[in-house]
Design a protein around this ligand. Structure first.
Ligand code: SAM
Length: 625
């Protein structure tokens, strides 16, 4: 048997045995939950011994409560905690974060079968199942319950999870199979990492009462107590890190300004609003999504590398997150028609062959297709096959931006060009030529290629604007595809009588006007890539187009996080979210989530390795040499 899990990014799924309708692990020889009543056991062991329903009631406005768990398994503990959160949370925009690591995730079918055991959790289980990520290694963030619940699901070993994730838990659920059957999860080293993600007052509970584990927790400073176990289990243990005076107050900005109402800025504004934070959204244009995010159509597309490295992991994470993030717009502004990455020349064919040899992706993400299947899926005659991404598609970006910007906690200030950012008494003053200064705790620069002009620091930053012209092809001129096709150019399905193709990649050209040359380049390259696309009886017409400017970086990786000066000192309260190049529609949802996590001091949706790869300080020319 070929073990596909040795190839990235696949992860080995759980192997279940169903005994009397209840799941057991074939690998560990243990049950996922008590045979007596799993849900009651969860409530007794994990919720009650962390005093959860009560502690939920006290979560402050714009705050968060963080639960961390070893072993996500069937998600029963998560759903029980979510149910208790719904019943007890204050009506103040606070968020329940649940961080869980799982080395052998259940397949979606097994997960459904396991969760069908709990009819009272059915609506929550359905929401979880609808967002359950593909079985690939790494960190997955699921935004549930309109943002009031955020699940960080790490598919990988618990030791890697606790080394690589950034969060501080309020409560721990130490689940995992019995220590005798799964000793690796209960190593002293693992317990030291748990301590590292805790603070004074953090509580924990576990179903086991093994003396070695109790002693290991005590040696890390937890005050532990033995109490009666659930059902047939005699004992369990629970405890807490003692509270000390002078705990630092969590960061919770009162007010945030975002400069730039493109896809990045509007996603971030809506994201912060969903966490109860008021946002001033500023743009020089008259409306949201009027600049680079204003094309009629845009595809969610990433090119996954032959090597599964940090860049590929970020691209994959961004892609799967974007599919979940745009789901509410399905059928309106989001059309997940599928996307074909066409093997349009010998070089791309060779690249795709090497990519498929070295990687294993779930079919939910992508699979190879020959020319005939590709033609059927794309709905237009093709002479080559390629990689089919069944859940990608295209958006009407400007409509999405406008919808995102409509929220009672978002104050849109349009036709406002910010001239300068000045620090003053721990706040930031934003001055514009029209209107009074805007004064806020934090400011995020999400102004695309205009961002460098706003950075309130001396120094040179390695951003470059790249002009891109798209062309609208009239429906009558082509055999229009029903899916997105990407190669040397991309082509969208028709919408309102046209299909958008593009874009040119014009370095050192700042002409904002559409040129005939740009349209001709797009059409010629599209014709070369898709020889059967254009109808023979087509009559040349004057083509319409649109020009935008991408903000790119020297390493073509995005930029997200707190600003630092060229000496590595944080510029408190200033964040960047830019450098998205031509992949903004795909990267912006995940990076907006990450910036919102950072700004609010909540658990990060990016692992430390991925977070490092998008750090703003790498843009400082004098720093990185
Ligand atoms: N909390 C789960 C629930 O609500 O259904 C039950 C967890 S089950 C008892 C233990 C889980 O720990 C299994 O899903 C198993 O695959 C996972 N696990 C075991 N060893 C692990 C490791 N080293 N790292 C991460 N997860 C692990």
């Amino acid at each position: 048997m070929t073990d596909s899990s040795v190839y990235p990014p696949a992860i080995e799924p759980a192997e279940l045995i169903w005994r009397d309708g209840q799941p057991e692990s074939a690998r560990f020889g243990d049950v996922y939950f008590s045979r007596d009543n799993g849900l009651e056991e969860t409530r007794y062991v994990f919720l009650n011994h962390n005093a959860l329903p009560d502690r939920f009631k006290g979560v402050p406005r714009r705050g968060a409560f963080v639960i961390a768990e070893t072993g996500f398994g069937t998600g029963l503990n998560f759903l029980a905690a979510w149910q208790a959160w719904r019943a007890n949370r204050p009506d103040n925009g606070s968020v329940l974060h649940f961080v869980s690591a799982e080395r052998y995730p259940l397949t979606p079918d097994d997960l459904k079968r396991a969760l069908d055991l709990w009819p009272e959790l059915a609506p929550l289980a359905a929401e979880l199942l609808a967002s359950y990520p593909p079985l690939v290694r790494g960190t997955h963030r699921l935004v549930l319950d309109e943002g009031r619940v955020r699940l960080t699901l790490y598919f990988g070993d618990v030791l890697d999870a606790w080394r690589d994730l950034s969060f501080i838990a309020d409560a721990w659920f130490l689940d995992g199979f019995a220590p005798a059957l799964n000793p690796d999860m209960w190593l002293d080293h693992a317990i030291a990492l748990i301590r590292g993600h805790s603070k004074p007052g953090t509580t924990l509970a576990t179903f086991t009462a093994v003396g070695r584990i109790r002693r290991a927790l005590e040696s890390e400073g937890f005050e532990m107590r033995k109490t009666p176990g659930y059902g047939r289990k005699r004992d369990m243990i629970a405890g807490a890190l003692p509270v000390s005076a002078g705990n630092p107050a969590p960061i919770r900005p009162e007010s945030v300004a975002i400069i730039g109402a493109g896809i990045a800025g509007t996603l971030l504004a809506r994201n912060l609003a969903s966490r109860g934070i008021a946002v001033t959204l500023i743009d020089a244009e008259e409306n949201a999504g009027a600049a680079a995010s204003g094309n009629l159509q845009g595809a969610t597309y990433v090119k996954l590398g032959v090597e599964f490295n940090t860049q590929t992991e970020l691209a994959l994470s961004a892609l799967t997150f974007s599919q979940r993030a745009y789901e509410p717009y399905r059928g309106r502004y989001w059309h997940p028609t599928g996307l074909l990455q066409l093997a349009w020349n010998a070089q791309e064919q060779d690249r795709q062959a090497r990519f498929l040899e070295r990687n294993r992706y779930p079919e939910q993400v992508l699979f190879p297709v020959d020319a005939s299947t590709a033609s059927t899926l794309a709905g237009t005659p093709l002479t080559a096959g390629g990689l089919w991404f069944p859940n990608n598609g295209w958006l009407s970006p400007a409509e999405v931006c406008r919808d995102l910007a409509r929220h009672p906690l978002i104050d849109g200030r349009f036709s406002t060009r910010v001239e300068r950012l000045m620090p003053c008494n721990g706040k930031w003053h934003l001055s514009s030529c029209n209107g009074a200064d805007i004064i806020v705790d934090s400011v995020v620069l999400a102004a695309g290629h205009k961002t460098p002009e706003l950075i309130p620091l001396r120094g040179e930053y390695r951003f470059k604007p790249i002009r891109g012209q798209v062309t609208q092809i009239p429906e009558a001129a082509i055999r229009p595809p029903k899916a997105v096709i990407c190669g040397q150019k991309y082509l969208n399905p028709c919408h309102n009588g046209v299909a958008v193709t593009g874009a040119t990649f014009d370095l050192h050209n700042n002409d904002p006007c559409v040129t005939e040359r740009g349209n001709a380049e797009n059409v010629d390259q599209l014709r070369a890539m898709l020889p059967a696309l254009f109808r023979e009886d087509e009559h040349p017409v004057e083509l319409e187009g649109r020009v935008g400017f991408r903000c790119t970086t020297h390493d073509y990786q995005p930029v997200a996080g707190m600003m630092e000066d060229c000496n590595g000192h944080a510029l408190e309260g200033v964040y960047l979210l830019t450098g998205l190049g031509s992949k903004g529609l795909t990267y912006a949802p995940l990076l907006a989530e990450y910036v919102a996590d950072t700004l609010t001091g909540q658990p990060a949706c990016l692992s430390a390795t991925l977070a490092r790869s998008v750090r703003p300080d790498r843009m400082c020319r004098s720093r990185s040499g």
